[in-house]
Design a protein around this ligand. Structure first.
Ligand code: NAP
Length: 306
């Protein structure tokens, strides 16, 4: 079968770190063009924006690695041009935008894939399988990283629609919604928003999963050890996921660690969805973030500069 001719949009950190190597390693895709105002990939036709790229190139699909604000319009342009679309997380800024994209994909008869890369971490599928028949007693989510180290000069991340600390925090929510056997319901939230910014730099969420309390702490100002962990107390002991889901520890067993294949798995899934004529859009992590913005107590904290 001919490879999918792919256009990559938004040549920034994640496009370079993960998408380009994953695409190069997957024979089902051929990188045909890029669209980015400044970013270029050597040897590949580069265009300023997605409209120019679609006009000039014969493509089958696009993968969007731009910041979430603005991605809706880019995705809609591609879907209406009859192209399959893969979205970085979080898929859009609002729930109505992702609903509209889902409809547009259906109307155009093409694939829409809203990715959650953290769900592809090695420990996530076995954690889900192990938890399926356990009674959940309590869940602790601890997601703390240094914004300056992982998002240097990404001013957009603290702007409107930038998600702030939910940019990494939504990864934890994507894992929690995947592995826990009941729906997560948000009951209480507080957000710390630096003076003059629109999005939070820290968040504290209290949720419920069945009878269990789920407590999540997201912090973008952690300069000590970086922590991306989820602990689930059950009637059969405590399950621990660490390093964003790549390390799994089940009670009484040694840690299991596996190599990072998150983006290889995302592109494999995109190819399968295209071949099967299906879409995959799970809005649950985005819905929890949206709920937090609806009910949270907001505290204005010290101004932040990168
Ligand atoms: P980034 O480094 O800022 O790259 C995004 C690129 O999109 C920019 O380089 C920019 O390239 C282009 N762009 C288009 N419109 C833009 C706008 N209005 N403002 C800023 N840039 C714009 O961001 P990133 O870290 O790659 O993140 C992009 C998405 O990937 C986010 O949704 C993020 O959650 C997700 N993600 C990031 C990571 C990570 O480790 N950084 C990991 C997983 C997922 P031009 O200037 O050339 O147009």
């Amino acid at each position: 079968m001919e490879p999918v001719r792919l256009g990559l949009v938004g040549i920034g950190k994640i496009a370079r770190d993960q998408h380009l190597p994953a695409i190069a390693a997957d024979r089902r895709f051929r990188l045909a063009a890029t669209a980015s105002r400044q970013g270029r990939v050597e040897g590949i036709d580069g265009y300023h924006d997605i409209e120019d790229m679609i006009r000039a190139c014969r493509l089958d699909a696009v993968s969007l690695c731009t910041p979430p604000d603005g991605r809706y319009a880019q995705a809609l342009t591609a879907l209406e041009a009859g192209l399959h679309v893969m979205l970085e997380k979080p898929p859009t800024v609002t729930l109505s935008h992702i609903a509209a994209l889902t409809q547009a994909a259906r109307a155009a008869g093409v694939t829409l894939f809203a990715t959650w890369h953290s769900r592809e971490a090695a420990g996530v599928a076995p954690a889900r399988a192990w938890l399926a028949d356990k009674r959940i007693l309590a869940v602790r989510i601890d997601w703390r990283e240094d914004i300056r180290r992982w998002h240097p000069d990404q001013e957009w991340i603290l702007g409107s629609g930038g998600f702030g600390v939910f940019d990494p925090g939504i990864n934890a929510l994507s894992i929690a919604t995947e592995i826990l056997p009941h729906e997560l319901l948000l009951e209480q939230a507080s957000l710390d928003v630096p003076a003059g910014r629109m999005s939070p730099i820290a968040a504290d969420l209290r949720m419920r999963c069945g009878d269990a309390v789920v407590h999540a702490i997201f912090d973008f100002l952690e300069t000590g050890p970086q922590i991306w962990s989820i602990e689930v107390d059950t009637d059969a002991g405590t399950l621990r996921l660490a390093m964003g889901g790549s390390i799994l520890q089940l009670p009484g067993e040694p840690e299991s660690i596996a190599a990072d294949r998150e983006y290889a798995r995302l592109y494999a899934r995109f190819a399968e969805l295209i071949a099967a004529g299906q879409s995959d859009v799970d809005i649950r992590p985005l819905r929890l973030v949206s709920d937090a913005f609806l009910i949270a107590e907001r505290r204005i904290t010290e101004a932040f500069a990168f």
